[in-house]
Design a protein around this ligand. Structure first.
Ligand SMILES: [Mn+2]
Length: 558
């Protein structure tokens, strides 16, 4: 058995690519294929990637889109296709081994969700099986892309769709994602620009209907006009056409609005790199991911795939669907958010037949009050659905919503679970259940958030803190040094734990660590150095001169 856990990240990525190569070889042995994909933006971009790869091989394909897989859907698949048809599942299928086992067909799974049970697939490509994180290091579209790329190097142009999938799944540009992004930039199908992470379009309109970031002016025409006039920006100018200086001005003003929230999640979601997909009809990555995620009818999904395959006739219609959904959401938020109630340790909204409870929760915790966990309780069809959200800062302070929601829900006859940062569940209906549930939840979260150092303060003993710093210096060239140490540090920053801070200075970058225990300080430093070593090796490997040609593209990159 290979121990993937202790393996440096570049090695894990290499193993993932080996899986993709096996999948590619296996797929190419077939002439007929049924492609089954998830229905979100990551699933739809996975589909578009694989469809183009199949077409280029001259394969015949059928395509099905499912929100989830269950026994019924699998039996429909089984009765609709002959046994020798290859079944390829993208962004779905890892958690449903039991259902898929009844299929007599050869199966390939290209997914990043947690595998459950023994998979009946002939080949599985999944980052989790090689020790990579499926939640932020590579998405379903990324896994599909690696497979398509292994089928034919010409499929490298599909990397732009993989980038849209990553953004749609809110992943980080690290590990395998960073490699794919780099490749996409190198061949010119993706360009990046610093700015506000929103779609293109007339400034006024976009600010009216964008909920990411959700600002105090969102959806308020007079205030948006005044805001833009105050910045001396033309409200009819397309965001795409803003000069760098104008974009900076806009970005700074938006970040100033977000500052009082003291929420790194909000700042990160609002500003940073905006990717332009140069070979896609919808170039701005936030527009494309948003459009794909706003599909919810069969005809929308068909148009979505057509859009990603280059069908110009669907562009206007797709933007229309997207805008309508955004406008409805903004109107809903304006009515619903002010109804929030706040207990000592948690805020919540309780309502009936609410639309997009998940969006309400994300918006509230990110842009209204990130200081406390948030729960949306939506009573509908005789049950209450729970949608709970935390922040990374709260997680560091001890919050674990999967435990808190499970325990509190069970105490009132419901059920729940999920992740530490986002979880869900079900409760029996009624205002009284809600009151009891919230009282219990408030109590559990309160005990999770009372930290060790607070406990020792209560005992009258101040905590002893130890600290250390690791500095990364590149002494070859001052100008380049600042950039390479900064790049290295940024690639490691997403792995920062509680007590770690990253800082970039002129000529060097530094990671500062603090801990109450010498053991954890040493372990933290050890981990950091191992990751840094891995990152440096990826960089070196990617800088090796190619055997022939392409010296031009290398020069362009430098
Ligand atoms: Mn996905």
């Amino acid at each position: 058995m290979v121990n993937y856990k202790s393996m440096p990240e570049p090695e894990k990525i290499r193993h993932l690519k080996k899986q993709a190569e096996s999948a590619a070889r296996f797929i190419k042995q077939h002439k007929y294929v049924c492609l089954v994909t998830h229905n979100d933006s990551d699933g739809l971009t996975s589909a578009a990637i694989m469809i183009q790869a199949f077409k280029r091989e001259g394969m015949t394909y059928f395509h099905k889109i499912f929100p989830k897989l269950d026994a019924g859907l699998v039996s429909v698949l089984s009765s609709s296709f002959p046994e020798d048809f290859l079944m390829v599942f993208c962004d779905i299928g890892s958690g449903q081994s039991e259902f898929l086992s009844v299929l007599p067909n050869p199966i390939v799974i290209l997914d990043h969700h947690v595998p459950v049970g023994k998979s009946p697939a002939k080949v599985v490509v999944n980052p989790i099986t090689v020790g990579l994180e499926g939640s932020y290091m590579i998405s379903g579209a990324g896994v599909s892309y690696l497979t398509a790329r292994a089928m034919n190097p010409e499929n490298a142009d599909l990397s732009s769709l993989a980038v849209a999938g990553m953004i749609g799944d809110r992943q980080l540009m690290v590990a395998a994602n960073a490699e794919i992004l780099e490749e996409a930039k190198e061949i010119g199908v993706v360009t990046a620009r610093r700015g506000l992470k929103i779609g293109d379009g007339n400034l006024f309109d976009v600010l009216m209907r964008t909920t990411e970031p959700y600002l105090d002016i969102t959806g308020k025409p007079d205030e948006i006009s005044a805001f833009l006039a105050g910045l001396n920006l033309d409200e009819n100018k397309n965001i795409h056409d803003l000069t760098d200086e104008e974009m900076d001005r806009l970005c700074k003003a938006v970040l100033e609005k977000l500052e009082p929230l003291n929420s790194p999640d909000a700042t990160e979601a609002a500003a940073g790199d905006v990717y332009y997909l140069k070979n896609q009809l919808v170039e701005n990555v936030f527009d494309l991911a948003g459009i794909l995620d706003s599909c919810n009818k069969d005809e929308d999904f068909e148009m979505a795939i057509a859009l990603c395959l280059g069908d110009e006739t669907v562009v206007d219609k797709m933007f229309e669907v997207y805008r309508t959904i955004q406008e409805t959401l903004v109107n809903n938020l304006a009515v619903i958010l002010p109804t929030a109630q706040t207990l000592e340790n948690v805020s919540y909204i309780y309502g009936k037949d609410l639309h997009s409870a998940g969006n309400i929760s994300t918006t509230y915790i990110r842009y209204v009050n990130p200081q406390k966990p948030f729960v949306c309780l939506n009573e509908n069809d005789g049950v209450i659905r729970i949608s709970a959200r935390g922040t990374r800062l709260l997680i560091r302070e001890g919050l674990d919503l999967s435990i808190a929601i499970k325990q509190a829900a069970e105490s009132v006859g419901g059920s729940g679970g999920g992740h530490n940062i986002a979880s869900g569940g079900l409760l029996p209906p009624g205002a009284e259940t809600v009151e009891n549930f919230m009282t219990k939840l408030n109590e559990i979260i309160g005990s999770q958030l009372s930290t060790d150092s607070e406990k020792s303060k209560q005992n009258g003993q101040p905590p002893v803190l130890m600290s250390g710093s690791i500095r990364f210096i590149d002494d070859t060239d001052i100008e380049k040094a600042e950039k390479s140490s900064e790049k290295l540090i940024q690639s490691l920053a997403p792995d920062n734990l509680y007590g770690m801070e990253t800082a970039v200075y002129e000529g060097y970058a530094e990671v500062h660590m603090t801990s109450e225990k010498i053991g954890s300080l040493l372990a933290t430093a050890d981990d950091l150095l191992m990751n840094a070593d891995g990152a440096v090796r990826v960089k070196k490997a990617s800088q090796k001169p190619p055997e022939s040609a392409s010296s031009k593209s290398r020069n362009d990159k430098e």
